[in-house]
Ligand binder design. Structure first.
Ligand code: HEM
Length: 414
């Protein structure tokens, strides 16, 4: 059961504890922080260090932009920030700063640019339409398992050249690496899963060095930074980053999208009848889902915010879960409005580390919306969904749905 947390409880809410998010609706808590404590101290708890919490949209954007006072190189999510650092620091894009980040980002941007992804986007379209059509024909499915579990993993795997027979295995690892619906899976299991992903890619990288293909791994294997070829470890860490970054976030967004539309038939009808542009709808789906609840930084130079002095070495967390509901920026932030413009949501972050996979993620969500629009007249959730347990990601791991077919749309040839 979800407990509504009132303003009185702000000092007892521990944002480091995954159970906090599974068991509480934090809407009132976030609003109180935004209004009264925009730089809030989450005290040490459960053996974890304390950390700062930024909740206002404007402050989150400013912190994302500021790579002088803040660094990503000691981790960029609570689990690594609190765990003493990230093993990929200075080598994996998300936890590298400065000129090396800039150069590495150029390499990854090249492989994730709209032009290069043209072919991948076509595959996303074909697969999504096929899977939605099959689910509609069969009357329903567990959308989380049978569709959302397949779209991003298939996409990112074909981009990386991961063989089809390994994808199921990798999916189970990425699920265990970041979040789980199972209380019995702890941090040790997650760490083992993360290591297994790294070992898996180590083998593939060796293979591609011997016989390169036209996939992203082969391209990374052949890339250099400042004239020095990327090492196997560098390639592996960035593959890890792409698979982790590219799978779960998009999957959770799609699940949230279908769940939210099923509960709001009036918004669904606006989409179905072409009253809202698909691209505009995609942004609202992202704002609403905000699948990554936070990212974080470490303070490198003393800096002041709203009269609070942040000291070098301290952890600062930036909460999309709150910034994307900030009434200072969004009109009626608690309303899911597929026609919302402007929509300056923070789902992809901001500044130098802005999500490098945002185009791909948007293609996946847009194709989902279009397939639903074309092949169904509506859909409903048929049983409760299971929330995941994480202090980083939010969403559901199951979503049983029943689809009503749109027979005229189904007749069309893609
Ligand atoms: C960075 C969110 C999809 C790969 C980020 C950041 C956010 C984010 C908030 C900034 C992290 C920071 O500043 O520390 C999302 C969401 C997605 C999504 C919500 C889907 C709905 C993807 C996809 C890929 C990807 C599909 C890969 C194909 C990355 C990478 C970075 C990143 C490599 C690091 C960029 C850098 O540090 O320069 N993502 N992401 N993401 N994302 Fe995504």
């Amino acid at each position: 059961m979800t407990v509504r947390t009132t303003a009185r409880h702000i000092d007892t809410v521990d944002l480091g504890d995954p159970a906090t998010f599974a068991e509480h609706d934090l809407g009132a808590f976030w609003r109180t922080l935004r209004d009264t404590a925009p730089v809030h101290w989450n005290p040490p708890a459960g053996g974890r260090k304390g950390f700062w919490v930024l909740s206002r949209h404007e402050d989150i954007m400013a912190a994302y932009r500021d790579d002088v006072n803040f660094t990503s190189e000691r981790g960029n999510v609570l689990v690594t920030l609190l765990g003493g650092g990230d093993a990929g620091a200075g080598r994996m894009l998300a936890v590298t700063d400065g000129p090396r980040h800039h150069e590495l980002r150029k390499i990854l941007q090249r492989v994730l640019s709209p032009r290069v992804l043209d072919e991948v986007a076509r595959t996303v379209r074909v697969n999504t339409r096929r899977w939605i059509r099959e689910a509609v024909e069969s009357g329903g499915c567990d959308f989380a398992e049978e569709i959302a579990g397949r779209i991003p993993m298939t996409t990112i795997s074909s981009l990386l050249g991961v063989p089809e027979e390994d994808r199921e295995f990798l999916l189970s690892l990425t699920k265990a690496a970041l979040s789980t619906e199972d209380e019995g899976v702890g941090e040790v299991d997650s760490e083992m899963a993360r290591n297994e992903i790294l070992m898996y890619f180590m083998d593939i990288v060796e293979e591609r060095r011997e016989s390169p293909g036209d996939d992203v791994i082969s391209m990374l294997v052949g890339s250099s930074l400042d004239g020095v070829p990327l090492s196997d470890e560098d390639v592996v860490l960035n593959c890890y980053s792409l698979i982790i970054g590219g799978d779960e976030t998009s999957r959770l967004t799609m699940i949230d999208c279908v769940r939210t539309l099923a509960a709001r038939p009036e918004e669904w009808r606006r989409l179905k009848h072409g009253e809202v542009a698909v691209d505009t709808a995609v942004d609202e789906v992202l704002r609403w889902a905000s699948p990554t609840m936070h990212f974080g930084r470490s303070v490198v130079r003393e800096t002041e915010l709203h009269g609070v002095r942040l000291q070098p070495g301290e952890i600062v967390t930036l909460w999309h879960a709150s910034g994307n509901r900030d009434e200072r920026v969004f009109d009626r932030p608690g309303t899911f409005d597929l026609g919302r413009t402007p929509n300056k949501h923070l789902a992809f972050g901001y500044g130098p580390h802005f999500c490098v996979g945002s185009y791909l993620a948007k293609v996946e969500i847009a194709e989902l919306l279009m397939a639903l629009r074309d092949f169904t007249t509506g859909f409903e959730q048929t049983a409760e969904s299971l929330p995941i347990r994480s202090n980083f990601l939010t969403g559901f791991s199951t979503l049983p749905v029943r689809f009503l077919p749109d027979h005229s749309g189904m007749k069309e040839v893609d």
